[in-house]
Design a protein around this ligand. Structure first.
Ligand SMILES: *[C@@H]1O[C@H](CO)[C@@H](O)[C@H](O)[C@H]1NC(C)=O
Ligand SMILES: *[C@@H]1O[C@H](CO)[C@@H](O)[C@H](O)[C@H]1NC(C)=O
Ligand SMILES: *[C@@H]1O[C@H](CO)[C@@H](O)[C@H](O)[C@H]1NC(C)=O
Ligand SMILES: *[C@@H]1O[C@H](CO)[C@@H](O)[C@H](O)[C@H]1NC(C)=O
Ligand SMILES: [Ca+2]
Length: 490
């Protein structure tokens, strides 16, 4: 009886629906078509759009992408900073990646998984991924980003670093160990990590002297001479990528890295991260007191600066003036001059990395430059933006002053050997050409002044945390004061 009633009801229902659909008028049909069109347009308009959810503002959070009419999450497998750059670029920003549902569990299904970007794609959908909706991730694996202004990122922003540091997991140093394998001596080899019962290698991408230094210190093998990306020392299964050290760590596992075992690593052949360590290495230390004591302003007419102009020691506006003003020689430039003195306190000589036959002859200054960038001088505003042309100085290296009992060995004269001996200093007096920052275009105010030697670590050293002086700079209409310097990494 009940069954019969149900059947009846169903039949009635089908009939009613049928009647309704038959009764749609021409105008209703048009309205419906317009509605559908509008929906489709909206979908088309939103397709590929990104939204960040769960963060403090709309510039951080888990990533959601709009596809086929729905918002969906992105799984964190293979998710890295290159992908974060693509996402943040959609907001005219840049940033870092977060993983493991940093901003809350994924509230919608995953649209994307195993996203691999170069970093310069104009949309996330241009990156390689497994295909729309193809994912085996659970809600705790949402990929996210923290975006910051592009300008803020051009200098190492402490804030980003801190944010980044908290996002990556730390390998438990009690259950993890480290060794070098495949080397000809115990001072070199591929870097291997023991964890969860197996030995494995490190992705060579982004492997620099700073990471190598942490390895050498960790193993009590001294300092890093070379960071290698090679299969020369053999190779094993990759277990870790994204290792990033400051270079002052005493243990590799204190460095930032991606999650153990989750490795995406574009590599050539069987290349892995490797190191060469040494107990003997140079170590330059910049004398920040000398910078504070000697810094001062000087106004100089441009006819006295022709050599300097040839060597690019003035900011761009000087070259504009030279081009457009027939009386340019009588224009003045305002120079922040200072003495830079670097002591080699290591236990090996500091030698330029270029062989002698590649040194450049500088006609104006009548000597050879053995390092194209030995020092950088920067004036930065409170946001870290460079306000005076970042000056890259190429120097000749020599022993200018040595501690008592040490003989000078290196000299720039007569195509002499260049370098800085142990316990000797290379001193660039403030009155030497190009030993300045052109601050003509910098408004009076408070700034940071940063001087760095061997800024790209092209010559290996025991430590890099004494290679830069970061100082306060007060500029007024009439004078400059440099004070409060502290030593840090370039
Ligand atoms: C992008 O951001 C930079 C500052 O970070 C700004 O100077 C620029 O005007 C912005 N561009 C657009 C199109 O918003
Ligand atoms: C540890 O090793 C076991 C067995 O080899 C494996 O099943 C497990 O997934 C590994 N764990 C991690 C975190 O790699
Ligand atoms: C390493 O250097 C960074 C700055 O580059 C600093 O914040 C940190 O405290 C240093 N760590 C150690 C162990 O000295
Ligand atoms: C360099 O100076 C340090 C400290 O003054 C001293 O201990 C060391 O023996 C000196 N090295 C050389 C090679 O003179
Ligand atoms: Ca140093």
């Amino acid at each position: 009886m009940v069954k019969l009633n149900l059947m009846l009801l169903l039949a009635l229902l089908i009939q009613t629906v049928g009647v309704l659909s038959r009764d749609v008028s021409e105008s209703e049909r048009a309205a419906r078509a317009a509605f559908v069109q509008k929906l489709l347009n909206k979908r088309k308009h939103l397709e590929g759009k990104l939204r960040l959810v769960g963060g403090a503002d709309k510039y951080e959070g888990n990533v959601y992408i709009y596809h086929a009419g729905q918002w969906g999450a992105v799984c964190d497998d293979s998710w890295d900073d290159a992908a974060a750059r693509v996402v943040c670029n959609a907001f005219n920003k840049t940033g870092v990646a977060t993983v493991g549902s940093e901003f809350g569990e994924a509230v919608r299904k995953y649209w994307m998984d195993d996203v691999v970007c170069q970093g310069d794609e104009t949309s996330l959908a241009q990156c390689i991924f497994t295909g729309w909706g193809s994912s085996d991730c659970d809600a705790s694996e949402a990929a996210g980003v923290v975006c910051v202004d592009k300008d803020d990122y051009s200098v190492p922003s402490k804030q980003i670093k801190e944010k980044g540091a908290k996002l990556l997991d730390i390998l438990d140093v009690r259950t993890t160990s480290l060794r070098l394998a495949g080397g000809r001596s115990n001072l070199e080899g591929r870097v291997e990590i023991y964890h969860n019962g197996t030995w494995g290698s490190i992705c060579p991408e982004g492997w620099t002297i700073y990471e190598a230094l942490a390895v050498c210190r960790h193993l009590a093998l001294g300092h890093a001479v070379q960071a290698l990306q090679t299969d020369y020392f053999g190779s094993s299964k990759l277990v870790l990528n994204g290792v990033e050290c400051e270079g002052n760590e005493t243990n590799l596992f204190f460095c930032r890295h991606q999650q153990y075992g989750k490795v995406f690593c574009p590599r050539e052949n069987e290349h892995v991260a490797a190191v060469v360590c040494s107990h003997e290495l140079a170590d330059l230390e910049l004398d920040s007191m000398v910078i504070e004591r000697t810094a001062h302003l000087q106004d100089v007419m441009m006819f006295q600066l022709q050599c300097a102009m040839e060597e690019n020691c003035l900011s761009k506006s000087a070259y504009e003036i030279q081009k457009h003003n027939p009386d340019w020689q009588f224009e003045t430039r305002r120079l922040l001059r200072f003495t830079a003195s670097s002591l080699n306190k290591g236990n090996a000589d500091f030698r330029p990395y270029l062989p002698k036959h590649l040194w450049q002859w500088h006609l104006c200054h009548m000597h050879y430059h053995s390092m194209e960038v030995f020092a950088t001088f920067d004036v930065l505003d409170h946001t870290g933006r460079r306000v005076a042309e970042g000056h890259k100085a190429s120097f000749c290296l020599e022993d200018n002053t040595c501690q008592p009992g040490i003989d000078k060995q290196y000299s720039c004269k007569n195509y002499g050997d260049q370098g800085i001996s142990i316990n000797c200093s290379d001193v660039y007096q403030y009155n030497i050409d190009c030993q300045w920052v052109d601050v003509t275009d910098v408004a009076p105010g408070d700034y940071r002044f940063k001087v760095s030697v061997n800024p790209h670590a092209r010559v290996p050293e025991q430590s890099y945390h004494n290679n830069a002086a970061s100082c306060q700079l007060r500029l007024t209409e009439t004078y400059a004061a440099v004070f409060g310097c502290r030593l840090e990494r370039p």
